[in-house]
Design a protein around this ligand. Structure first.
Ligand SMILES: [Zn+2]
Length: 502
């Protein structure tokens, strides 16, 4: 089809096809299917459509609008992909690229999930007005279609439309301009929190996190926030915190109120994962238990970077065997080795200075290696480290440091490394983070993403200019905040616009 429209930001492919029909003056849905897909049996799917490859072929190859990009940015893929194991991800993507016949819905777990897809299309009226102003036409935004989302984070309640997704409209791609919108749906303040998390999730490009990684993530998460009863997970405390945070009624409304029975989804979430959980369940648990300090995207980043320890340990011991000295030892080396059986490397160095100097000159690498191995051996023998105790101690220091820093608008970028470097035992933390789950979780909670850092700079600049009664222009605000258009993330560009319009 000639001149097939490009999708707008976050536009559903369903919507792009619908606009193609409008642009082309194509009124019969069957003819539209023929023209775009050369197939009249296509079902107009909103969330995880199939035949995406046919759509990608409508664009020139240098446009960058390939199958993967269309799936990632113009379907509800990011809502499902981070929570499915790698083998299912691959199948799902293939089905979406080609033909699916409902297989995508089975693979994604939607069919079996407590969280069902919406049965009608929804829209945000103020967003539609903005789109009309900006582009001269309107489109279906994908956030409106995310299951359980009842609010546009920017404007408020969504409106239900008369477009039902099964039944008579099965094969029709209907443009938003042809839809009738009913009254706004009723929303609560929890809906805003939930919608914001979903909006973030749509920007995530992480996928295929294994069950083992999610299991470990939740274990560390519970430990770091002290949801423990002795050394076991305190399921009852977790349950109460989640229900108090979201409210029983809201959880009932969206049909994911966890029960108290052994097989409740919330209890299973903190056990070894054997099946995937929906995005909504992850959001509800993570946001409630961290009291809003850990977002779903941060949790995803953390879970995806977890290395499953058995494999890690194997790798490390394999590496250690490679560093044995190859040449026969010199008399100096033999003497040093004997000395180390009675003295620590430091003591031996102080007593036998000349010997040490010779070895330092002639056998530097060997010397460092043997000193290190004797040093670690003594540490292991004499002072077995209580990692759990150390974790708690450093975590207390870390929490104090982070609290002071986060209250300071002028603090530099609170990256993970920066936070670690504020600690007395920074080398220990850097080298042994996997043994310090509390510290690891605190670092995730408190470290700032680039967007968060830029937001803080922007706010700081704005407040400082306002206090000095300076006129706030876009360029002057950017200069004061040390930001530029090239470096700003998408969210910051939007925030800047909001600040300037006030
Ligand atoms: Zn809106």
């Amino acid at each position: 089809m000639l001149g097939f429209p490009k999708p707008y930001s976050d536009e559903l492919l369903y919507s792009t096809v619908a606009r193609a029909g409008v642009h082309d003056g194509e009124t019969s849905p069957k003819q539209l299917l023929d023209q775009v897909f050369e197939n009249r049996k296509i079902i107009a799917t909103v969330d995880l459509p199939s035949h995406v490859q046919s759509l990608a072929q409508q664009y020139p190859s240098n446009s960058g609008l390939n199958t993967s990009l269309l799936i990632a940015r113009h379907t509800l893929w990011p809502i499902y992909a981070p929570f499915l194991p790698p083998e299912r991800i691959k199948k799902l993507r293939n089905w979406m690229a080609e033909q699916s016949q409902g297989a995508a819905h089975l693979a994604s777990g939607i069919a079996a999930s407590r969280v069902k897809a919406k049965t009608e299309l929804f829209a945000c009226r103020p967003c539609l007005a903005e789109q009309r102003l900006k582009y001269g036409e309107c489109y279906w935004h994908r956030l409106w279609q995310v299951p359980l989302v009842r609010m546009c984070p920017k404007h408020g309640a969504l409106s239900r439309s008369n477009i039902e997704l099964d039944g008579e409209h099965r094969h029709a791609f209907i443009p938003v301009e042809s839809a009738d919108l009913f009254q706004d749906v009723l929303v609560k303040e929890q809906d805003e929190v939930f919608a914001k998390q979903c909006a973030q999730l749509l920007l995530s490009n992480c996928e295929g996190i294994s069950f083992a990684q999610w299991s470990l993530f939740y274990k560390q998460f519970a430990v770091s926030l002290n949801y423990l009863d002795g050394s076991r997970i305190d399921h009852s405390k977790i349950h109460d915190t989640v229900v108090t945070f979201w409210g029983k009624q809201w959880l009932e409304d969206v049909r994911i109120l966890p029960s108290r029975i052994e097989t409740s989804w919330l209890k299973s979430l903190f056990r070894k994962h054997r099946k995937s959980f929906s995005f909504a369940e992850h959001i509800v648990a993570i946001v409630a238990l961290s009291d809003g300090r850990l977002s779903i995207s941060e949790a995803i980043n953390q879970a995806s970077s977890l290395i499953i320890s058995a494999a890690e340990t194997k790798n490390q011991s394999a590496q250690k065997h490679d560093v044995e000295p190859v040449a026969p030892p010199s008399p100096d080396q033999l003497q040093w080795k004997t000395l180390l059986k009675s003295y620590s490397p430091k003591a031996a160095r102080q007593i036998y200075k000349a010997l040490y100097a010779r070895l330092y000159r002639n056998n530097y690498e060997w010397l460092m290696e043997i000193d290190k191995s004797f040093h670690t051996e003594t540490t292991l023998k004499n002072h077995r480290v209580d990692w759990s105790k150390r974790d708690r101690k450093i975590a207390r220091e870390l929490r104090r440091v982070c609290k002071a820093l986060t209250e300071n608008l002028n603090a530099p970028h609170l990256s993970r490394t920066f936070l670690i470097h504020q600690l007395n035992q920074r080398a220990t933390v850097e080298k042994n983070l996997s043994r310090l789950p509390r510290c690891a979780m605190l670092l995730t909670l408190y470290s700032e993403s680039t967007t968060e850092y830029q937001a803080r700079r922007l706010t700081r600049a704005y407040l400082s200019m306002r206090n000095k009664h300076r006129e706030i222009k876009r360029w002057s605000l950017l200069r004061e905040a040390g930001l530029s258009d090239e470096r700003m993330t998408e969210l910051i560009t939007a925030l800047l616009k909001d600040i300037l319009s006030e």
